[in-house]
Design a binder for this molecule. Sequence first.
Ligand code: SF4
Ligand code: SF4
Length: 375
Amino acid sequence: MQYRTFHKTGQKVSLLGMGTMRLPLSPDGKPDRQEAVSMIRRSIDQGINYVDTAYMYHDGESEKIVGEALKDGYREKVLLADKMPVWLAKDEEKMRAMFDEQLRRLDVDRIDMYLVHNITAPVWKRAKKFNLLPFLEEKQAEGKIKHIGFSFHDELPLFKEVIDAYPWDFCQIQLNYMDKDFQAGEEGLRYAASKNIPVIVMEPLKGGKLTDALPRTVEALWKQAQVQRTPAEWAFRWVANHPEVLTILSGMSSQEQLSENLRILSAAEANSLSPEELAVIDQVSDEYNKLIQYSCTGCKYCMPCPKKIDIPTAINFYNEWFLYEGNPKIKADYPVWLTEGRRPSDCVACKACEGHCPQHLPISEIMAKTAEIFE
Ligand code: SF4
Ligand code: SF4
């Protein structure tokens, strides 16, 4: 296992972190507790020392399973990360209650790495309204939190604003070779590093979309490369190549995935990819981009829609359907996003959005096509 230094404390952190959003499942669709505990413990035995969970992963089961896995001497071997989903709190009191519930579920008295979860513009606004950061400092003073950070899912300008707003100990962003200019992206990574803020990376495999059901043309490009690697290895190595990255979280669902990821991250060093290898990754990324149907940049100039449709997210689903050749994972994710009043099928083709789109996308037509595939 490779280790990188958390400069605040000088601690060595494993380059592969144990994510627990996609734990192994039982036939009833709930996490397989025994298998999950065994996998988390095996990951620690093999050198992983960063374990990440969240209030809502597996409806709270992830925190309980992590708590169980960290008994019998495992707790002190790891940095334990958890997050505050402030958007679920109706007031400050509820936010405080959720924090206490997390400690109870985990059965610990301290969380090492505590994040403001999933910062987007509305979440950031709410965090400020509920005085979340002073609350976290209070918990830090009580010894219940060690380091304060945030995870992020919005545009680069907001990322920079958030970075500059507080002396964060660390942050967490989505990064993979397809998303280098998406959300915080590579520029956000470098920005955080320039402020001495360590970066934890999530979604290195884009939720499995860079490894499962590859487009045929992408498969052919990988086959032509001089060095033969699995798609997961290419994707992990691309992230690991960035020296600014402290650790890479992977939500592992099986012992096989854990073994494969341990193998890859034990050899992936920063700045180790050759120009030829980076060129192959760029070719694959270009090929994926060719398969994208509509080049929505996610700028949201088209919003708000009178029917409350989240237009860029709907377009993203549509694109991914073609990009990943109808990967069932995409259809499975759709109902998670699809809530009452946000269906593309609710589009009345008023075209109020279209005049604002700098990419001149035929949004109402895309909404109809999206509804046809997913609803
Ligand atoms: S055309 Fe459809 S997506 Fe665009 S604003 Fe009107 S209802 Fe919303
Ligand atoms: S304005 Fe156009 S490019 Fe921007 S998010 Fe909306 S659809 Fe996408």
